[in-house]
Design a protein around this ligand. Structure first.
Ligand code: BTN
Length: 263
């Protein structure tokens, strides 16, 4: 693996003028960048605080899963104080997916697929994932932390993960500058977020439309849904809050949070 550590100074230059530039925290090792960001947000950390680590000892995925966090990948969390209503926060995950896909396309020239709500895919394998955690009070979001894990330069994965995960190195045969990827991701996210803060309703509809276009899973895909007892059906796009519509043999259903897999 030919991979340099993410330089705070280089990252700062790449994201000059964004809400993130003056609040970069870099760690060689940390338990979880999401945990650190949640704690910092609770203690008043500025919006735009970025926590980025070379490796995590207790990386967390959705549904209480462990997120394998050896060196070579990107482990990043950001603190936000969004104006979106608690009911509408799914849009933060969808916007992050779009920003990650845009960054990979800008830096590496390949276009990842997005699997609702938070998976970044190349082919059917997972290139990355998004974990959005919230502190909500009386229906309002006090703060949100968005964590992104993106498999960049890992040459291999341990058994049990290698069957379902891939990295940019594995897909393209070369290492990629992670600092450039993080810079592109934060710049792309800033655009999404600015739109969301200034005109939330319009930005939501625009973001949902773009997510649908970017995702082979959003329409016409037969999926298994891991929600409640689980069910199967065909995807029919996203509703106005970003939830996934699925047509099943017993009628239409709306998926609020469960993951989907090809059926
Ligand atoms: C998933 O697909 O299950 C979401 C994975 C999110 C992993 C990232 S890595 C950076 C941040 N810190 C964590 O502990 N988790 C997220």
């Amino acid at each position: 693996m030919n991979d340099e550590k993410i330089s705070r100074k280089a990252l700062r230059e790449l994201i000059a003028g964004t809400i993130f530039a003056e609040h970069i925290h870099h760690f060689d090792e940390i338990d979880s960048t999401n945990s650190a960001a949640m704690l910092a947000a609770q203690s008043g950390a500025a919006e735009g605080s970025v926590f980025v680590a070379e490796r995590q000892t207790e990386g967390r995925g959705r549904g209480g899963n462990i997120w394998h966090s050896e060196p070579g990948a990107i482990y990043l969390s950001i603190v936000l104080r969004p104006r979106v209503r608690a009911n509408d926060v799914l849009i933060l995950s969808l916007a992050t997916g779009l920003a990650v896909a845009a960054a990979v396309e800008e830096v590496c020239g390949i276009a990842p697929d997005l699997r609702w709500p938070n998976d970044i895919l190349l082919g059917e394998k997972k290139l990355g994932g998004i974990l959005c955690e919230l502190n909500i009070d009386a229906g309002k979001v006090r703060h949100a932390v968005i964590g992104v894990g993106l498999n960049a330069n890992q040459a291999e994965f341990p058994e049990g993960i290698r069957e379902v995960a891939t990295s940019l190195l594995q897909e393209t045969g070369k290492s990629w500058p992670r600092v450039e990827l993080v810079g592109a991701l934060l710049r792309a996210f800033q655009k999404e977020y600015q739109a969301m803060q200034s005109a939330p309703a319009d930005a939501m509809q625009d973001c949902i439309a773009r997510f649908e276009k970017r995702s082979s899973y959003a329409r016409g895909k037969r999926v298994k849904v891991a929600e409640g007892d689980g069910f199967e059906g065909i995807t029919e796009g996203l509703d106005a809050r970003g939830f996934l519509r699925v047509k099943t043999s017993s009628g239409p259903r709306l998926v609020m949070s469960g993951g989907v897999r090809p059926a």
